[in-house]
Design a protein. Structure first.
Length: 460
């Protein structure tokens, strides 16, 4: 009977990471097998995954971690970070019938022995092997996680596929724990081949399954545009409705993280241009859960656009069954003097700006444009009839953007109610800069919305 244990030596600032090789060698003990090793630059540590027979892994893991501790002098602490230099022992996914409880027990035993022998603090992260519990107000990441998990439990035809979504829990940890719970037949780690991921998902959807394909970032989907536009979006129409394509494509975009021009853009307007696709971009945890569940149940291909800057946004996540329509936008904050339309991360920016404007006596109504195709304009038109002024805010470029479409429809349907031209705010018309200062001014922020609102009301 086998099990896995993950040992994570932490490195304090400035420590020589080349010594990881020595750790790896130290882990190569009889009865213990090195499965994987990777550098986690975000947390300044090396993750080492071990596997071995249940009867021998305890002593072998203790020898390996202990030897590694000697090699890199782990028992050094700093006041700034009390856990720097400690060793984390994390129970990992069980195999061959070994339960999570077995893993936790083994990891706990390892930790106790390391402390006894080497006086090195050990932190047991049991949560890595379990579905995390709710913690009151949750974030968008949790909302999406619950949406995926509930639909996978409700419908066996739902499965996930994408790069690093299983063993690694996904780049943004939305799928954390799902591979452990549902197995590798329903959570598929794929090669780095976006066109194959989407093509496979389309075929599975046409065959009666409900795939949820994850693109690590929206920029990467460019190599799969033929599959998305020429196949997924058009197949149901071309087959006269005889074949459904119940496919969800999850993909994050957005900038502000110094990831450069190939990882930092917002392209939801590209997909919203295509008949046959549904496109949503929620900006709250509740909508993230409800719209994802609705997207999975829909019989059409849905582009579920996320934003890397919103995963930690806090808010209510309703328990249990919670569905949000894919074709309805919503007023998130009522107001009287000016209307602000925004979606995804820019919804958060708009809400913050509206709160600041309120202090100046300006009442801004914020409309969440979470449904981009079909584009629900009803709440926008009704709001403009009341406020007579409109600002659109998007993280993508202004040219040919979401704001352009909203503005044109308002001119067509509510022109007589406007007291000022529609103001459009978007990203600077340049590839996203890597430089931190340049990147900050390239994307819209709260100050941009406030200044524009004042200008439209003649208060600058």
């Amino acid at each position: 009977m086998s099990t896995l244990v993950e040992c994570v030596p932490n490195f304090s600032e400035g420590r020589d990471k080349s010594k990881v090789d020595a750790i790896v060698e130290a882990m190569k003990m009889p009865g213990v097998y090195l499965l994987d090793r990777e550098m986690d630059s975000d947390h300044n540590r090396s993750v080492i995954t071990l596997a071995g027979e249940r009867e021998s892994i305890q002593e072998a893991a203790i020898r390996g971690v202990g030897k590694a501790a000697e090699l890199i002098d782990l028992n050094v602490h700093t006041g700034a970070h009390p856990r720097m230099g400690a060793t984390d022992v994390v129970p990992f996914i069980p195999i061959d019938g070994v339960t999570i409880e077995d893993c936790v027990a083994i990891a706990g035993y390892v930790g106790e022995e390391i402390w006894k022998r080497y006086k090195i603090p050990v932190y047991l992260y049991e949560s890595a092997a379990r579905i995390p519990e709710r913690q009151g107000l949750e974030n968008i990441r949790r909302g999406q996680f619950e949406g995926l998990r509930e639909e996978m439990k409700r419908d066996d035809s739902v499965f996930l596929l994408g790069e690093d979504i299983g063993l690694y829990d996904g780049s943004f940890k939305v799928t954390r724990g799902l591979w452990k719970e549902f197995g590798d037949k329903r959570v598929l780690d794929t090669p780095i081949a976006e066109e194959i991921i989407i093509g496979t998902a389309i075929g599975a959807a046409m065959s009666g399954l409900r795939p949820v394909a994850e693109m690590m970032t929206v920029n990467f989907i460019m190599v799969a545009m033929d599959q998305v536009v020429n196949a997924a979006a058009h197949i149901r129409y071309m087959f006269g409705g005889g074949t459904k394509v119940p496919l969800v494509i999850r993909t994050p975009g957005g900038g502000g993280h110094q990831l450069g021009a190939q990882h930092s853009h917002s392209h939801e307007n590209w997909f919203a241009h295509v008949p046959g696709l549904k496109v949503v971009a929620p900006g709250t945890p509740a909508d993230a859960k409800g719209m994802l569940k609705s997207a999975i149940r829909d019989d059409n291909p849905v582009m579920f656009i996320e934003n890397e800057g919103t995963y930690a946004v806090k808010g209510e996540v309703p328990d249990g069954e919670h569905l949000v329509p894919l074709d309805k936008n919503e007023v998130k904050r009522p107001g009287e003097h000016i209307t602000i339309c925004a979606h995804s991360r820019m919804l958060i920016v708009a809400m913050d700006a509206a709160a600041e404007l309120e202090k100046e006596g300006i009442s801004a109504e914020v409309v969440d444009m979470r449904a981009l195709r079909p584009l629900d304009m009803a709440p926008v038109i009704e709001s403009v009839k009341k406020t007579s002024r409109l600002i659109t805010v998007e993280e993508g470029w202004r040219s040919y953007g979401v704001g352009s479409e909203i503005a044109s429809r308002v001119y067509e349907e509510a022109f007589d109610y406007l007291d000022a031209p529609v103001a459009r705010i978007g990203a600077a018309e340049v590839p996203a800069p890597y430089n931190k200062r340049l990147e900050k001014i390239a994307f819209p922020g709260k100050a941009d919305v406030i200044v524009t609102a004042r200008a439209l009301l003649g208060k600058n």
